[in-house]
Design a protein. Structure first.
Length: 262
């Protein structure tokens, strides 16, 4: 067998993603593709932090880098959800700030009982910056409970704080459902679920017990960002990263369902 070894450095690299034909109907979903993207990236960052032997929060902040504004025109319009790049540059300082607030309010680094852990995830979607810290408890039978979520949001100018809080709280519950229960499966080319009678959702008994929303103060010098969708993506990876902190087990496929069962 002959092994081909690449040069130590690659001056140019090109990666293409061709179109793929969907064999089932694709419908709209709250926060659209940001949900799987956030789960993949924020879970992977946590894994890299663990492999490097570093604290996840510190590793994430180091990866983001110093506060600066990135002109999205150099990255392509898709990076900024089609918004005006002059009004909405990517501001790493704002992303760092929500991470600081969420981890501080959650007591990042505090001692927790065996079977409990904290998990972090941070995202930039619909020109809003969100960081979530989930606290989980996993019992000996693999049952997961989320007693608390701290979530910091910077959506620019704040017009109606109560409306923002209700959207973020609802997004946290939906994110919990995505992490734990929601699933559309196929058999013989047909969707197995028909309606809410056989499609699991997060209900009162399984939703996060205490959701603490921390709205970053702002004035009207910053244009409005979204609040209906940006808080959904970080919830599932935050919960799964917390499960790793509590059990040492990685979740790489959603929903979790019985993956932690003994």
């Amino acid at each position: 067998m002959t092994l081909l070894q690449a040069e130590p450095t690659i001056p140019n690299i090109r990666i293409e993603n061709p179109e793929a034909v969907a064999h089932t109907r694709i419908g709209w979903f709250r926060s659209v593709s940001n949900v799987p993207h956030a789960f993949a990236t924020q879970s992977f960052i946590a894994e890299m932090a663990a492999a490097a032997g570093k604290d996840h929060r510190d590793y994430l902040l180091e990866l983001i880098g110093p506060p600066r504004k990135i002109d999205t025109r150099a990255q392509g319009d898709d990076w900024n959800h089609g918004e005006n790049p002059e009004a909405y540059p990517i501001d790493t300082g704002r992303l760092r700030a929500v991470i600081d607030i969420a981890t501080r309010e959650a007591g990042w680094g505090k001692s927790l009982p065996q079977g409990s852990g904290l998990g972090l995830a941070a995202t930039y979607t619909f020109v809003t910056y969100v960081a979530a810290v989930a606290q989980v408890e996993v019992d000996k039978n693999g049952n997961v409970r989320v007693p608390r979520i701290d979530i910091a949001v910077d959506c620019g100018a704040v017009v109606n704080p109560e409306r923002i809080m209700s959207q973020i709280e609802g997004a946290s519950v939906m994110g919990m459902g995505i992490a734990m229960f929601n699933e559309i499966s196929f058999k013989n080319g047909r969707v197995e679920q028909s309606n809410l009678n056989d499609f699991d959702l997060a209900r009162i008994s399984t939703s996060p017990v205490d959701i603490r929303v921390h709205i970053m103060p702002s004035d009207y010098s910053r244009p409005l960002g979204g609040v209906g969708e940006p808080a959904v993506p970080p919830i599932a990876p935050a919960i799964c990263n917390a499960i790793f902190a509590a059990t040492g087990k990685r979740i790489r496929q959603l929903p979790i369902r019985d993956q932690l069962k003994a």
